[in-house]
Design a protein around this ligand. Structure first.
Ligand code: 13P
Length: 341
């Protein structure tokens, strides 16, 4: 596949006013999410829940792509369409998580390395045949007193680059996700430093592996104070710190940054994206690829009962619309109360 084709998919994924829904929770993670609303994680419940998301009318106005999990890309709607087809009918591009999860890194207590490179070429070929046009691989960097180590950052950066190369070889746009977790008591300054160091390492590895920057997307964390940090920061501070950090290290050739929500509340994630898009001189599209921040209100409205499907879809439509407004810096708090009324 030519770089121009990859670039055209990447640009569609970050089209103005649109962003990505991450619905690629692995078996363990979806079980946790369903458990939070007292719903057992059976294959049918997982399918029914994802059908609610993917068949929400009008979702394609705000959602450019959906990241699926291995099980989900093979599932169908109740009326027998593959999820891939149902998404395409909404003009939404199907994507796929291809990593096999972050595992404890040997010799580096408290740190993680993402697995899944073995056999990846073959798995990617199958996913492409099933309809995926982009992929995701998540690396996890943890902050504590003595971590992250350079070794952990570099090992994860190298794996991200090898994954990205295999994706581009097969014609899939790689979403490169090095997540510096917001868990912990660290200050926003410390989160800034670690994020900068991580992204420097990632872009060095991507260059080593000849990745076409025009045909990829970066999925970074926002720069925030840790969840347990006593000094919490305003949306404007988060926006400024995040964009400042990204400008230092992310080449302008990358079409877009699709932020993860990483444990922020759904409203915070929208406010932060909105504040970033109000800043001047942004060299890339600043968008979202939210999991929890798009799905939390949907799960709450659904509760595992098909009688609540319409309410759940309204909740998803509303959250997607608010984040779409935030893509233009035009989100306001009143949009939340307007919905309640
Ligand atoms: P969150 O937005 O819930 O962090 O999920 C995004 C994601 O895809 C993490 O890999």
């Amino acid at each position: 596949m030519k770089t121009e084709d990859l670039e055209s998919i990447a640009r569609k994924l970050v089209a103005p006013g649109k962003g990505i829904l991450a619905a690629d929770e692995s078996s363990g993670t979806i079980e946790k999410r369903l458990k939070s609303i007292n719903v057992p994680s059976t294959e049918e419940n997982r399918r029914a829940y994802r059908e609610i998301l993917f068949t929400t009318k009008g979702a394609g106005d705000f959602i450019s792509g959906v990241i699926l999990f291995d099980e989900t890309i093979r599932q169908k709607t109740q009326d027998g369409r593959t999820f891939v087809k149902a998404l395409e009918e909404q003009r939404i591009i199907p994507g796929i998580k291809v990593d096999k999860g972050a595992k404890a890194m040997a010799n580096f207590p408290g740190e993680k390395i993402t697995e899944g490179l073995d056999g990846l070429r073959e798995r990617i070929a199958e996913y492409r045949q099933l309809g995926a046009r982009f992929a995701k691989w998540r690396a996890v960097i943890t902050i504590d007193e003595k971590i992250p180590t350079r070794t952990c950052i570099q090992a994860n950066a190298e794996a991200l680059a090898r994954y990205a190369a295999l994706c581009q070889e097969a014609g899939l746009v790689p979403i490169v996700e090095p997540e510096v977790l917001m868990d912990g008591a660290h200050t926003i300054q410390r989160h800034f430093e670690v994020t900068e160091q991580t992204l420097r390492s990632v872009f060095a590895a991507l260059a080593e592996h000849h990745i076409a920057l025009e045909g990829m997307l970066l999925k970074p964390n926002m720069v925030l104070s840790g969840k347990e940090c006593p000094q919490q920061t305003s949306a404007q501070e988060v926006a400024k710190a995040t964009v400042r950090c990204m400008k230092r290290v992310v080449p302008a050739a990358v079409p877009g940054l699709v932020f993860l929500s990483g444990g922020q509340s759904d409203l915070q994630a929208t406010e932060h994206l909105n504040a970033m898009n109000q800043l001047p001189d942004l060299p890339w599209q600043l968008s979202f690829s939210y999991g929890r921040a798009l799905q939390a209100p949907v799960l709450k409205a659904w509760k595992g009962d098909s009688a609540n499907a319409t309410k759940a879809q309204q909740a998803f439509h509303h959250r997607a619309m608010c984040n779409s407004k935030a893509r233009f810096g035009k989100y306001t708090e009143e949009m939340e109360t307007a919905k309640a009324a």
